[in-house]
Design a protein around this ligand. Structure first.
Ligand SMILES: [Zn+2]
Length: 295
């Protein structure tokens, strides 16, 4: 991630931030390698001082700054301190680094052989560690972690506490003297923040299922086609439709082009079923019989 990219990510996730001095080019890349970056490491500074920017920026004579990329103030503001290699992680356990890369459970650290400053972004949270960080700090920590993970397509498995890394005696970020936060719980919270921050793809509304198109009613050809002695394709069509509609019992040999008594009986039965009688049920189809039969 470039300095511009991290600013864009912070904006995207609504992380309140301020830029300190020439943070974007302030780093220790001239003292050692930077990247590939595999994770994000969380620290407490060990101090409750209200402004720790310069301390993180300049560092100490035996530990020159920047001491991290991010400082996190009590009010929840992220201060951008440096960008690139920073002196926050020291050396750590290669097994832990592998677990971070694979985003699997973090094993117990028992080695200090890998350069952590090369492979981790770090946030120094401005509190002593002998008490909990402020609510604003924790809320921002979740957003900051989500912003970083989102950019790299990482899960919460890429976030660790310094105390999980391998410098002996480290217990940061702490909740009381000597006791580290439950980092699995922190990761679970970050996971929730990551999923909440992902832009949701709007689900397309399902199109209404198309109603089965009703076959169009063929036009009634005229009463003259359905008379004793008539022989035409309309008679066949009529008979086939009557059979389809359940009047096949009147046909011994199926529908055919010649008008027969079977046709008349079937038509009459259909007409009676419509509630018609008398001339309405004479067995000869008119326009209404035809329409109903084919509807
Ligand atoms: Zn630390």
């Amino acid at each position: 991630m470039t300095a511009e990219q991290i600013k864009a990510q912070l904006t995207k996730f609504g992380v309140p931030f301020q830029e300190y001095k020439d943070w974007a080019t302030h780093n220790r890349n001239h003292k050692g390698p930077w990247g590939p970056v595999h994770g994000f490491m969380v620290h407490h500074t060990g101090s409750d001082a209200k402004d720790q920017r310069e301390m993180l920026y300049a560092g100490f004579s035996d530990l020159p700054g920047p001491l991290s990329q991010f400082g996190l103030a009590q009010d929840g503001t992220v201060h951008l301190i440096g960008w690139g290699r920073a002196n926050h992680a020291g050396s750590g356990d290669p097994d832990v680094l592998e677990a971070v890369k694979a985003e699997t459970d973090i094993p117990t650290d028992n080695e200090s052989t890998v350069d952590g400053n090369r492979h981790f972004y770090g946030v120094e949270i401005w509190y002593s560690g002998t008490h909990k960080m402020s609510g604003a700090q924790y809320a921002t920590l979740r957003l900051l972690a989500a912003a970083i993970c989102d950019f790299h397509d990482w899960t919460e498995g890429s976030v660790i506490g310094h105390g999980e890394w391998g410098s002996p005696g480290k217990w940061d970020p702490g909740i009381k003297a000597g006791t580290m936060m439950d980092m699995d719980a922190v990761r679970a919270d970050i996971k929730a923040t990551i999923s909440a921050g992902k832009p949701t793809t709007p689900t397309k509304p399902k199109p209404e299922p198309k109603p089965e198109p009703k076959p169009a009613v063929p036009p009634f050809p005229g009463a003259g086609y359905f008379r004793p002695g008539a022989r035409n394709s309309y008679v066949t069509q009529l008979g086939q439709q009557l059979i389809k509609r359940g009047y096949g019992r009147f046909y011994s040999v199926g529908a055919g082009p010649t008008w027969t008594n079977s046709d008349r009986q079937a038509v009459r039965a259909f007409q009676v079923a419509q509630g018609w009688s008398g001339s309405g049920a004479d067995g000869y189809p008119g326009p209404e019989t035809w329409r109903r039969l084919f509807s």
